[in-house]
Design a protein around this ligand. Structure first.
Ligand code: AHR
Length: 332
């Protein structure tokens, strides 16, 4: 419905305003679709979420649901339980339902071209949120809203380099990677490694996926501790794995934050509490509150307006002192 109205309005407007970035048919997203707009004229968004694997994800889901309501967007939401095939099914069902726009946070980076071409053939615009796809054909989506994960990894690595700048001793690092094949796992790993590998005193002695969950983080850290008696530093790709690892470290009779320095990503409430308590040493923020930006972008792409192909979310880092200061006003 909404698409039809938009198409009529846009037909009268200048064609120049209809050329969106990164897409060959940005201005035509409304044309040729039978339209899935709700009867009350609201934009209908199909959102295929990764899952509920972490505190970050829970905050992200809540924010998207709340901001959709505030923006008057009719949200169809699905939880893929960290499985790509579930996300693909959800996207196909949104095509069937003729939604106005599809947004999703891809579990892994690769393997999306087929389903994204189906969406493109159905003339439904796609917005990537949070995580990227590795498709060469950027016309398959209108925009990608999310963090710069390489930069996050670099910030973690730089903090470590600064901490040990006056030491000549070897530094043994273990890494808890996020979900295998996911953009944040790939990019945080490469960003971090690029920085620390420049100095030969840093050694990544073990690196394994903890799937972004607390339980798996604990399990993998227990295995790291058994096979590596001299761990100096843990770099966990998210707070939840770091929090699971803290349990493993304490279980092994060591003191997290002292015997083993810990760096994580996200800055969720539980992570920040552990940072303020001295159990984590440094957190690189990854902001899950992107719902408002998503709803604004969705309205624009449905209306055929131009949007940037990449929108990077703003983020910072936190030391233990900074965590104590900001914790009372943290939103997630
Ligand atoms: O894609 C963002 C990452 O996914 C967050 O860092 C992590 O906590 C989540 O599961």
């Amino acid at each position: 419905m909404l698409k039809r109205i938009s198409a009529l309005i846009l037909a009268g407007a200048t064609a120049l305003t209809m050329t969106g970035c990164g897409s060959s048919d940005s201005g035509d997203s409304s044309v040729g679709s039978s339209g899935g707009g709700a009867k009350d004229g609201k934009i209908v968004m199909g959102f295929a979420q990764v899952g509920a694997e972490s505190g970050w994800r829970t905050a992200n889901t809540k924010d998207i649901q709340e901001t959709a309501k505030e923006a008057g967007v009719d949200l169809k939401f699905s939880d893929a339980q960290q499985k790509q095939e579930n996300q693909i099914k959800a996207i196909r069902s949104y095509i069937q339902q003729k939604v106005d726009v599809i947004a999703f946070s891809p579990v892994v980076e690769s393997g999306w071209d087929t389903v994204l071409k189906e969406v493109q053939n159905a003339k439904i615009p796609v917005i990537l949120t949070d995580r990227a796809v590795d498709s060469q054909d950027t016309s398959l989506y209108k925009t990608f809203l999310g963090s710069d994960f390489i930069e996050e990894g670099k910030k973690a690595g730089q903090w470590l380099v600064d901490q040990y700048k006056d030491s000549k001793d070897d530094v043994n690092i273990v890494q808890l990677e996020g979900t295998t094949g996911s953009a944040p796992a790939n990019d945080r790993k490469s960003g971090f490694e690029e920085i620390v590998k420049a100095d030969p005193k840093f050694h990544i002695i073990a690196s394994q996926s903890g799937d972004f969950t607390r339980a798996k983080g604990k399990e993998v850290m227990e295995a790291f501790l058994k096979s590596n008696p001299d761990i100096d530093v843990l770099w966990a790709h998210n707070d939840d794995m770091g929090l699971g690892a803290i349990e493993a470290i304490e279980g092994a009779g060591k003191v997290p934050g002292k015997d083993i320095k810990i760096i994580t990503a996200d800055a969720t409430h539980d992570g920040m509490q552990a940072l303020a308590d001295g159990k984590i040493n440094f957190i690189v923020e990854c902001n899950p509150l992107m719902g408002k930006q998503l709803m604004d972008l969705a309205k624009k792409v449905v209306n055929g307006e131009q949007v940037p192909q990449r929108v990077v979310t703003e983020e910072t880092t936190f030391t233990q002192e900074q965590a104590k200061e900001v914790l009372p006003s943290r939103k997630y």
